[in-house]
Write a protein that binds this ligand. Structure first.
Ligand SMILES: Nc1ncnc2c1ncn2[C@@H]1O[C@H](COP(=O)(O)OP(=O)(O)O)[C@@H](O)[C@H]1O
Ligand SMILES: [Mg+2]
Length: 440
């Protein structure tokens, strides 16, 4: 993509309304634009990042054996009356009437909807287990939308639901999601710590929030300091194998969200306890028959008797992650995208547009990168070098290749790694190999 043709409305100044760094950088890098409080449009570069995050989430859900569906954003109120949540949900729910006066709502979550879909076609325990998910916009009329996409009113969530015959089955499903979440966040360059969370009326220990440690996080969290030494889960997983050892490793150390932390009962000595702030990027939850019972999601068990299925739900804040990744990875100059979610792999800077040699070498590199299927943003603007460098650092692409008149004369370019700051002069072919070692 040529920058002269790209819609990238960057800002020089820090927007006054943005209180945290990810919100500032997303606005400054032209990723998003506010429509109304807590509701954003995603501009080309922001949307690319959002899609990359979404794709990683999707791949890991698929790997865990979860099947993708797409449920509507607008739901009928009846379903929520059946579960009893229509009144309980309160002012956070956006309620709508259609032209016939029927009560509808913009879904804040989908337990009722998915349970209705499930029960319509599942009659026997032989059809279990079932894991289903979708990635869909949610609306919650938050009292205090803030921090940009971190706490929005309209936001993109991956929500999955599991259906099992009994508690043991639900435990197996829960572990699959637990492990898939560790993988998902690791692929985004994040270390998410699973923390015991409030499990609501059912009790038990099957509710975890996945928290990214960050000073700007909204949640207060407590965890054993040894979590800082854990490596994110990179290895391939066989989701049909016993996942208990992995779950045990990640739950073996104490970690709890504020609501669940009781200083009087905390097993960790004060000098080993981290009292920090976290960004909740995911939440997994076993809730038994809370929805299946009122909505009548029953199957015939092995003994022929009708039995109510056990369910869990598993959320990931897809749009929140765009902000969370920036909170975890930036410096004073701007964003530092992990390669896996970067909007472009390479930023190509032509330092002297109009100079025959730099134009030719830049054009040649641009063509070769595209040929190798490497996503490249080519800064072909007639701008000062300083402005080009500043913009490229701001948008945070993993690699920068700088073509100047001096190097162009000898066929060399400068390659800079955005994260390490390392720079080196090298011939064009070597530069190509450096920024894309795996490309064909
Ligand atoms: N207002 C919001 N804006 C952006 N992301 C959100 C918002 N509310 C929830 N999420 C994301 O969706 C995930 C699942 O939501 P859930 O746990 O149901 O929400 P909550 O923790 O607010 O009750 C959360 O872990 C979080 O990452
Ligand atoms: Mg939550």
């Amino acid at each position: 993509m040529r920058l002269t043709q790209y819609f990238l409305p960057t800002l020089k100044e820090n927007p006054a309304e943005a209180q945290i760094v990810s919100h500032r950088l997303m606005l400054r890098a032209g990723m998003i634009r506010q429509s109304s409080a807590g509701i954003y449009s995603w501009l080309p570069m922001g949307f690319k990042v959002l899609q990359k995050i979404e794709q990683i989430v999707r791949e890991e859900q698929d790997a865990a054996g979860c099947q993708e569906v797409l449920m509507p954003t607008i739901q009928p109120a009846e379903l929520w009356r059946e579960s009893g949540r229509y009144d309980d949900y309160g002012a956070e729910m956006l309620r709508i009437k259609d032209r016939h006066g029927r009560d509808m709502l913009y879904g804040p979550t989908n337990e009722e909807q998915i349970t209705e879909i499930f029960k319509a076609s599942t009659k026997s325990y032989k059809q279990l287990p079932k894991l289903l998910y979708h990635i869909q916009w949610k609306f919650r009329d938050e009292v205090r939308p803030r921090f940009g996409v971190m706490r929005g009113r309209e936001f993109l969530m991956k929500d999955a639901y599991s259906f099992d015959l009994d508690y043991e089955g639900a435990v197996r499903a829960y572990r699959k999601f637990f492990v898939a979440y560790l993988r998902t966040f690791a692929r985004m360059g994040l270390k998410a710590i699973p923390m015991q969370a409030d499990s609501g009326p059912i009790g038990g220990d099957m509710s975890h929030e996945f928290q990214i440690l960050a000073d700007t996080g909204e949640s207060r969290v407590f965890c054993h300091k040894d979590f800082l030494k854990f490596d994110p889960l990179q290895s391939e997983i066989d989701f049909d194998a016993d996942l208990k050892p992995i779950v045990d490793k990640w739950t073996g150390l104490y970690a709890a969200a504020d609501e669940k932390h009781d200083p009087a009962k905390c097993p960790v000595p004060a000098d080993q306890l981290l009292d920090a702030r976290g960004i909740e990027v995911g939440h997994i939850f076993y809730f038994g028959t809370k929805y299946s019972a009122p909505l009548g999601a029953n199957v015939d068990g092995p003994d022929g008797k009708s039995t109510t299925v056990h369910m869990g739900s598993y959320g990931i804040g897809v749009s929140r992650l765009a902000g969370a990744i920036i909170e975890a990875s930036h410096d004073a100059a701007g964003i530092i995208w992990p390669e896996s979610v970067a909007p472009f792999q390479v930023g190509l800077i032509n330092l002297k547009v109009g100079d025959a040699k730099t134009d030719a070498l830049s054009g040649d590199l641009y063509a070769k990168l595209k040929q190798k299927k490497i996503d490249v943003l080519y800064d072909d603007r007639d701008e000062r070098a300083g402005a080009k460098f500043a913009d490229m650092d701001l948008i945070g692409l993993p690699w920068q290749i700088v073509v100047g008149p001096r190097g162009a004369a000898s066929g060399t370019v400068e390659v800079k790694n955005r994260k390490s700051g390392e720079k080196a002069e090298m011939p064009l072919e070597q530069a190509l190999a450096k920024v894309a070692p795996k490309a064909v």
